[in-house]
Design a protein around this ligand. Structure first.
Ligand code: GLA
Length: 502
């Protein structure tokens, strides 16, 4: 019998918001304010669907008050959040008052309530980069589209098929400057490809870059935003991943360049979802929404390993990059943790670089990746080789309905990072129906027994009895009041859905 190391972790948790570090707000002009918001100030909601906006300040000692809320919303002082349901579409504004040492700062929040938001839920799909790179072609797209449907991935929600870098011809069209594709890779043209993707009930994504060249050296879109956006629209593109290689590094230029493409996409005549990829270098969660983007990468490329080396991003570095960004995520504005490596098993291309040990992870570690991405409401982009058969275990993992339902929860909340003690991390995600998802992650090299104390988690009530469902086991683990004790294997993440017992 497996030896279990019994170890009870007293999880000493900071109260909500205390874990936030002090950051300056990039929309502040010259003189930085003494105190400002450390959460989203441009937020979105759908009519009739519960909305939540967690308000945090750069200094956790600030007193926070909210005024001028639209009908249907109320201020929850205890949890420092705005919540409720707005029925009427429209643009609303409310004011957050931050007071510290007798000085008050007013911040305006813009809330758009609309039934036609571009990305009410984080997109799900497949991106070509990790295993295909320059081998992308019409044939690959068709094979992958077929596999997405026949495997059941499309039915599970993975409905964007996205071509990444290296689809390009050597140069733009002479005279018109229109972007050209490589005719060897796409002999029947891009419309034949997008028509095929659409005929399968899928959406079609493409890739470009706000610099002179893409990361792999093809022509970029800088200076050609309008031409490119129009061409993508003509090609039937539904999503643009927009990278930022070969471009000036300063924040101002970067914002301008993303805004230029965001505006061009709006003028293109087609609804094209705008996915920013400047790797979190200039904190796009603070300003990305102003460019028209609805999700943004928050780290460098996620690699197929638990721990990255020499700047590589393994699971541990993804956690570092993502865990404190929860006040900036919400409906139509998602923090992206990059492509999932589930199913790659060390057989990818650049995804195999910069990892400690050999590339690839255990199934437990891949499940942890999936758990975190779902808890964070990150877009779910698969990137394994769909030209080959998928193992039953991999397929079950990536199509776990109850996990996907967390990622796709209509309230779009990224799980709050509650804290870490002795290598145990806890996350809590508010869900639209009032349930709460709790994840317990064990970063240690040995199994741990963890006591989760409900009073440490702001979304839970210590005196309420909850029904707990283990989402990976797919079974109920009974009713619990006050605490729940669980054994978590090394590198495992246990995920529970808590529902109040009435
Ligand atoms: C960057 C991006 C990757 C991929 C490559 C393509 O590195 O972060 O996701 O798109 O460029 O060259």
């Amino acid at each position: 019998m497996k030896k279990i190391l019994f170890f009870t972790c007293a999880i000493l948790l900071s109260i909500a918001g205390k874990a936030q570090t002090t950051v300056s707000h990039p929309s502040d002009d010259v003189k930085p304010r003494a105190i400002s918001l450390a959460c989203a100030n441009v937020v979105f909601s759908q009519p009739g669907i519960r909305f939540m906006h967690k308000i945090r300040a750069t200094n956790p000692d600030a007193a926070i008050a909210v005024e001028g809320l639209p009908r249907g919303l109320s201020w929850n002082q205890q949890r420092s959040l705005v919540e409720g349901i707005v029925e009427q579409e429209g643009e609303y504004h409310y004011t957050v008052k931050l007071t510290l040492d007798g000085e008050t700062t007013l911040e305006t929040i813009t809330l758009t309530v609309s039934s036609t938001l571009q990305q009410p839920l984080p997109f799900m799909g497949w991106l070509s980069w990790n295993v295909v790179e320059g081998d992308i072609s019409e044939q690959v797209v068709k094979t992958v589209a077929d596999a997405m449907v026949s495997s059941g991935l499309a039915a599970a929600g993975y409905n964007y098929l996205c071509i990444d870098d290296l689809w390009h011809a050597a140069e733009r069209e002479a005279g018109t400057n229109k972007p050209l594709f490589d005719t060897k890779k796409f002999p029947n043209g891009m419309n034949a490809v997008s028509d095929y993707v659409h005929s399968k009930g899928l959406k079609f994504g493409i890739y470009s870059d706000g610099g002179t060249h893409t990361c792999a050296g093809c022509f970029g879109s800088y200076g050609y935003e309008e031409i490119d956006a129009r061409q993508y629209a003509e090609w039937g593109v539904d999503l643009l991943k927009y990278d930022y290689c070969n471009a000036p590094t300063d924040l101002q230029t970067c914002r301008k360049r993303y805004k230029a493409m965001g505006d061009a996409l709006k003028n293109s005549g087609r609804n094209i979802l705008f996915y920013m990829c400047e790797w979190g270098v200039r904190e796009p969660w603070k300003w990305g929404a102003e460019t028209g983007a609805t999700c943004w990468r928050c780290t460098y490329d996620a690699r197929d390993g638990w721990k990255g080396k020499n700047g590589g991003v393994g699971i541990l570095q993804s956690i570092e990059g993502m865990k404190d960004l929860w006040p900036y995520s919400g409906v139509n504005r998602f923090n992206d943790a990059d492509m999932l490596c589930i199913g790659i098993h060390g057989t990818g291309k650049s995804s195999s670089d910069l990892v400690e040990g050999s590339p690839g992870m255990t199934q437990t570690e891949y499940r942890t990746q999936f758990s975190l991405w779902c808890m964070w409401s990150s877009p779910l982009s698969l990137s394994f080789d769909l030209r080959k058969p998928i193992s039953a275990d991999d397929l079950a993992m990536m199509t776990n309905r109850e996990m996907i339902a967390l990622d796709q929860d209509p309230m779009g909340q990224q799980a709050e990072f509650i804290g870490e003690t002795d290598g145990i991390q806890i996350y809590a995600k508010d869900l639209e129906n009032g349930d709460v998802a709790i994840a317990v992650l064990n970063l240690n090299d040995a199994e741990r027994v963890v006591k989760v104390d409900f009073s440490d988690i702001p979304a839970l009530d210590a005196t309420t009895t909850y029904h707990l469902r283990d989402l990976w086991a797919g079974e109920s683990v009974g009713r619990h009041t006050g605490s729940y004790t669980v054994s978590v294997a090394s590198h495992e993440t246990k995920v529970y859905r808590f529902s109040k017992c009435w």
